[in-house]
Design a protein around this ligand. Structure first.
Ligand code: BG6
Length: 297
């Protein structure tokens, strides 16, 4: 749908639609509690700031905004696989949801909260990926925090497995001035060399970091000493977490990521990945939620 069509059907007091980068339709949810922008391409949260706060979500200045490419930064929706496709290495990394055009199906107000719901079905994706029938829904709710709910529904006649991630990129003062708390004592896989470890204390950053915690439903905190603030990443129905920063060499290799941009971002991803892969029988559904808030010290 065009921005005009979306506006006619869904705009209301706290919701408007505008042309984003490269003309991509973007929904803007703005109320007394916060401000969120969501691209219809990928059902991708581009920005979030609680009222009176600085931006919480990071977006690359080098991102592509093209139909067949993921947006770099924000909250990409990785689904129905995480990382490379296990059967077909030629299929897009992190699944097809983040490179698909979603459909806005509802938007409005629930008390003080403003929400928008987007949907993806097999009608919206290339036939080669249609190996099972599904309904994928993303509901973003702006209230005193940002809730992002990703619901997978099995509309097939047989069970299927899937992985997913709300691959959140956070805006930070400087990667060497932050620590990620909340994962002390948890097992993790260092995906750089597939080695297994137990996290000791907080996670700090001094090199490329790509850690998958396959068994944790704990809330994480990004403690930012540079900006004296703490971002909270709570979650529901997610038993795995990924913490990622590409650092300098990988940043150089990524065409949609500035060479120095790794200083200002960190990913703390709410996932159903690795051992946390989910199975759904016909007519079953599963909702994974990321809940993001911020407090200044
Ligand atoms: C993270 C992975 O989730 O996503 C990293 O752990 C990967 O290994 C990163 O590099 C970014 O992936 P992409 O496909 O968006 O470049």
């Amino acid at each position: 749908m065009t921005v005009e069509e979306l506006s006619t059907e869904f705009a209301c007091e706290n919701i408007s639609f505008e042309e984003g980068p490269n003309g991509l339709p973007v929904a803007r949810l703005r109320n007394d509690l916060g401000d969120v922008a969501i691209s219809v391409h990928g059902a991708h949260v581009l920005s979030y700031a609680p009222s009176g706060s600085d931006p919480v979500i990071w977006l690359s200045e080098y991102s592509w905004y093209e139909a067949d490419k993921p947006i770099r930064g924000g909250i990409p929706v990785c689904w129905p696989w995480f990382g490379g496709n296990p059967q077909n290495p030629d299929w897009p990394a992190h699944g097809f949801a983040r490179i698909s055009e979603w459909n806005v199906v509802a938007a409005g107000q629930e008390g003080d909260n403003t929400y928008i719901t987007l949907e993806l079905t097999p009608d919206d994706i290339p036939e080669e990926f249609c190996t099972f029938a599904f309904k994928l829904t993303l509901k973003a709710i702006v209230g005193s925090e940002l809730r992002v709910e990703l619901t997978t529904e099995n509309t097939s006649e047989f069970p299927f497995d899937f992985s997913s991630a709300l691959h959140s990129y956070f805006n930070i003062s400087e990667i060497t001035k932050i620590a990620v708390n909340g994962l002390n004592g948890k097992e993790y896989i260092d995906t750089m060399d597939d080695s297994h470890h137990i996290q000791q204390g907080d996670i700090t950053f001094a090199a490329e970091t790509d850690l998958l915690f396959p068994d944790t439903d704990d809330t994480c905190f990004i403690n930012d000493l540079g900006w004296n603030r703490k971002i909270t990443v709570a979650k529901e129905n997610s038993n795995s977490t990924v913490v990622w920063n590409p650092w300098a060499a990988k940043a150089e290799r990524m065409p949609d990521f500035g060479a120095e941009e790794y200083h200002g971002m960190v990913c703390v991803e709410t996932t159903n990945a690795d051992a946390d892969v989910r199975s759904l029988n016909p007519d079953e559904s599963h909702t994974m939620t990321a809940i993001i808030s911020v407090k200044n010290h």
